[in-house]
Ligand binder design. Structure first.
Ligand code: ADP
Length: 396
C-alpha cells in the first residue's frame, strides 16, 4: 500500500509518500508560503530535490502541485494517483475526544472542528488540508493521527491543573500533551531496541526539538508529559519559555505595556534559549557560541539541560523508577554535548555515560555504559512512518 502522509500548517505543508509494505519513503517534500508566492520542494528518493516557485493561493493548489509532482512522467514516484491508497493526516489537537487515530468521516471531522478553540493556530489548518485532499482524492480513505492521542492515558492527577474545577468542566482546561505520535513511536522502538518487555517497562522519552517535550511511559502507556493545554508548557524550548511563574505575565505586561497577545507573543516567539542567549534558537549556533565563550549562550544551554534533568527526576518519581531514557528529535538525536550536560545530573539514578558512544548523531545507539543503572539511548523519531502505520492499521 502507498500512503501519503500530510502535515499541514497554516502556510506550509510537509508530505511524504511511503510504501507501507517496505516502509520505504518514495518521495517527500514541502510546500511553503501558501497564500503568498508559493514554493514547492519535491524529491523522489534517490534523485535531486526539485524546487518550483509557483503561486498557491490556497492549500488546494498546494496539494494539487504535490499530486502533479508525484505523477510527473520524469521524476514522479508513481504513475497514477490510483497508486495512492490512503492519506494519513497529522492533527494537532484531539482534546478528550480522540485517544486513538480515526478514519476521517464527516462525523469525526465535526468533532475535530470542535477542538479548534484549543489549538486555533493548528487545527483549522489541519482541517483545511484534509478538506483539500478530500476534494482532490474523493475516493481515497483519510485517517487523522492526533498529537494528543497517546497522552490520553494520563491519570487525572497528572492532567488536572490546580485551577477552579469548573474551567475543566466548562472549557476543557487540562493537560493534554503534544508530540504524542513521536513519544509513542520512540517508546515502543526503545523497548524493542533494548530488548525490553514494553508491557513491563518504565521509559522516559525526551523529544528535544525546536518544540521540546518529555514523557513518562509506564508499561507502554503515557502517565505524564510536560506540555499542557498548549505546547507552551514544560521544557525551555527554541523560542518558547516553558514553565514560568504565571505572575510574571502581569508583571511584564505592566512594565512593557503589553496586552495579553503581546505577552503570549513574547512567551511563544521571543523566549526559550533564543530569548536567554540573544544568539539563536538553533543549537548548532548555540554550541558554536558556547565554544567561543559566549556567556549567555552558556546560560541558555545550561538552563535548557537543567530543566530536562529536573523533569527526568520528576518522571522517575512518577513511575517509581526508570529503566530507560530515550533521546529523540533534532537536539536529542544530534547534540551530544547537551545530552552529556543533562546526563551529568543523573548519576544518582546510577546512570553512567559512554562518552564515545554519545558522540553519535541521528542513529540508534545505546549511549550508557554496560553497567549503567538505567539504559540511555538515542532513538531517531519518525512521525511520518508512525502516521503511515496508524493509517494502514485503520484502512486495511
Ligand atoms: P522541530 O521539528 O520542532 O522544528 P527539530 O526536531 O527539527 O525541531 O529540531 C530542531 C533543533 O535540532 C534545532 O535546535 C537544531 O539546532 C537541532 N539540530 C538539528 N540537526 C542538528 C545537528 N546536525 N547538529 C546539532 N543540532 C541539530
Amino acid at each position: 500500500m502507498n500512503v501519503l502522509v500530510i502535515n499541514c500548517g497554516s502556510s506550509s505543508l510537509k508530505y511524504q509518500l511511503i510504501n507501507s509494505d517496505s516502509e520505504a519513503v518514495l518521495a517527500k517534500g514541502l510546500c511553503e508560503r501558501i497564500g503568498l508566492d508559493g514554493r514547492l520542494v519535491y524529491q523522489k528518493i534517490g534523485m535531486d530535490k526539485e524546487i518550483t516557485e509557483s503561486a498557491m493561493p490556497t492549500h488546494k493548489e498546494a496539494i494539487q502541485m504535490v499530486l502533479d509532482a508525484l505523477v510527473n512522467p520524469k521524476s514522479g514516484a508513481i504513475e497514477s494517483l490510483s497508486e495512492i491508497d490512503a492519506v494519513g493526516h497529522r492533527v494537532v489537537h484531539g482534546a478528550e475526544k480522540f485517544a486513538a487515530s480515526f478514519v476521517l468521516t464527516e462525523e469525526v471531522l465535526a468533532q475535530v472542528e470542535e477542538c479548534n478553540d484549543l489549538a486555533p493556530l493548528h487545527n483549522p489548518a489541519n482541517l483545511i488540508g484534509i478538506r483539500a485532499c478530500q476534494e482532490l482524492m474523493p475516493n481515497v480513505p483519510m485517517v487523522g493521527v492526533f498529537d494528543t492521542a497517546f497522552h490520553q492515558t494520563m491519570p487525572r492527577k497528572a492532567y488536572l491543573y490546580g485551577l477552579p474545577y469548573e474551567y475543566y468542566e466548562k472549557y476543557q482546561v487540562r493537560r493534554y500533551g503534544f508530540h504524542g505520535t513521536s513519544h509513542s513511536f520512540v517508546s515502543k522502538r526503545c523497548a524493542e531496541f533494548l530488548n525490553m518487555d514494553l508491557n513491563n517497562s518504565k521509559i522516559i522519552v525526551a523529544h528535544l526539538g525546536n518544540g521540546a517535550s518529555i514523557s513518562a511511559v509506564l508499561n507502554g502507556s503515557c502517565v505524564d508529559t510536560s506540555m499542557g493545554l498548549t505546547p507552551l508548557e514544560g521544557l525551555v524550548m527554541g523560542t518558547r519559555s516553558g514553565d514560568i511563574d504565571p505572575a510574571i505575565m502581569e508583571y511584564i505586561a505592566k512594565k512593557e505595556n503589553l496586552d495579553i497577545e503581546g505577552i503570549m507573543n513574547v512567551l511563544n516567539k521571543k523566549s526559550g534559549v533564543e530569548g536567554i542567549s540573544g544568539v539563536s534558537s538553533d543549537f548548532r549556533d548555540l554550541e558554536a557560541a558556547y565554544n567561543e565563550g559566549n556567556e549567555r549562550a552558556k546560560d541558555a544551554c545550561e538552563v535548557f539541560a537543567y530543566r530536562v534533568a529536573k523533569y527526568i527526576g520528576a518522571y522517575a518519581a512518577a513511575m517509581n523508577g526508570v529503566d530507560a531514557i530515550a533521546f529523540t528529535a533534532g537536539i536529542g538525536e544530534n547534540t551530544s554535548f547537551i545530552r552529556s550536560m543533562i546526563l551529568a545530573y543523573l548519576g544518582y539514578l546510577g546512570i553512567a555515560v559512554d562518552e564515545e558512544a554519545n558522540q553519535v548523531r541521528g542513529e540508534e545507539r545505546v549511549i550508557s555504559t554496560q553497567d549503567s543503572g538505567v539504559k540511555v539511548c538515542v532513538i531517531p523519531t519518525n512521525e511520518e512512518l508512525a502516521i503511515c502505520r496508524e493509517t494502514v492499521a485503520l484502512v486495511k
